[in-house]
Design a protein around this ligand. Structure first.
Ligand code: SF4
Ligand code: SF4
Length: 303
């Protein structure tokens, strides 16, 4: 009997479902095994269709995106009730993702910026009719409902999705990763690293074989879990941390700041220069993880 599946998109860019579709002909082996009961971003399902299923009657639910509105929370909770197994697809759903950087602003500030201040606006106004109520701050999905399986990544790779679906169908999921990206990365690393200079991604041409962090590029590999196949570092780009924290790491950004702090030669580069060179601290170290971090949002004192 085909496995009954329901898929939802909350606040997301649709990149993770795109990655699922990027499996192309490999889907021909998987799709006949699935009975897709709900996928509202692909065809004309309504929320009442999902609400109409009996609790626990759907085998697998897949969640892309994070809750920005009360409607998102309702859909997430409804899916949890209907499904036996829930998969978190991508870093938005797993950690809060890039959308989580909105936690650096209040919702009022964010709405004002988007709808009244953005340079491209022709008729600035904040919509207030027929729109769901926005949440004040973004909290990770797993603090709202439980998940059985997490597939982080921005986007999660097609291979990871295929492995998880095939594993589910066979009843033997791939083991969870237990190493950092540095363990998966083929670049040559020294026993002891000292950085005398920090570089942005666009500065210079990196040595094609040596560890990027050793060359001064901020590569999040030491604080990030394996799983992506080191796609970026193999292509000469430093890891941005989209797979989230490595094993036993509570706060990905704090881990990377600590790692960086311990390998910088402070006679060659001062702490002030380091901070200036990094520039956007949250965007660099917490790009995908802010709402899951120890400090998950901007806190302001009441005036
Ligand atoms: S994790 Fe990345 S690719 Fe996936 S929905 Fe979020 S922003 Fe898009
Ligand atoms: S720091 Fe980056 S480039 Fe260096 S080994 Fe780790 S993942 Fe690879």
């Amino acid at each position: 009997m085909p496995v009954k599946v329901a898929m939802v998109s909350l606040a997301s860019c649709w990149g993770c479902y795109q990655s699922l579709l990027d499996n192309h002909e490999a889907l021909l082996d998987i799709l006949p095994e699935l009975d897709i009961l709900f996928w509202h971003v692909v065809t004309d399902f309504k929320y009442k269709d999902l609400e109409g299923y009996k609790d626990g009657s759907i085998d697998v639910g897949i969640v892309e995106g994070v809750c920005r509105t009360e409607e998102d929370v309702h859909i997430l909770k409804t899916l949890r009730k209907k499904c036996k197994t829930l998969i978190s697809l991508g870093s938005c759903s797993t950690y809060g993702g890039i959308y989580g950087l909105l936690n650096l602003s209040t919702m009022d500030e964010a709405l004002k910026r988007k709808f009244t201040e953005a340079e491209s606006l022709e008729e600035p106004s904040i919509p207030d009719e027929d729109v769901p109520k926005m949440l004040d701050f973004l909290i990770p999905n797993r603090k709202i409902v439980n998940f059985e399986i997490f597939l982080p990544g921005c986007p999660v790779t097609s291979q990871n999705i295929k492995d998880a679906l095939v594993g589910l169908l066979k009843g033997e999921l791939p083991p969870p990763p237990n190493r950092t990206l540095c363990d998966e990365c083929p670049r040559e690393k020294s026993e002891v690293i000292t950085i005398k200079q920090l570089k942005r991604d666009y500065e210079g041409i990196p040595d094609p074989k040596k560890c990027l962090l050793e060359q001064g590029y901020i590569c999040m590999g030491p604080a990030t879990r394996e799983g992506c196949g080191a796609l970026c570092t193999k292509a000469g780009m430093p890891c941005r941390g989209c797979y989230g924290p490595g094993p036993n790491v509570i706060d990905q950004g704090a881990k990377m700041i600590s790692a960086l702090g311990s390998i910088v030669d402070y006679e060659a580069i001062s702490p002030e220069e380091l901070v200036e060179k990094v520039g956007d601290v949250a965007g660099t170290f917490y790009n995908f993880f802010l709402p899951s971090g120890i400090v998950s949002k901007t806190v302001r004192k009441a005036k």
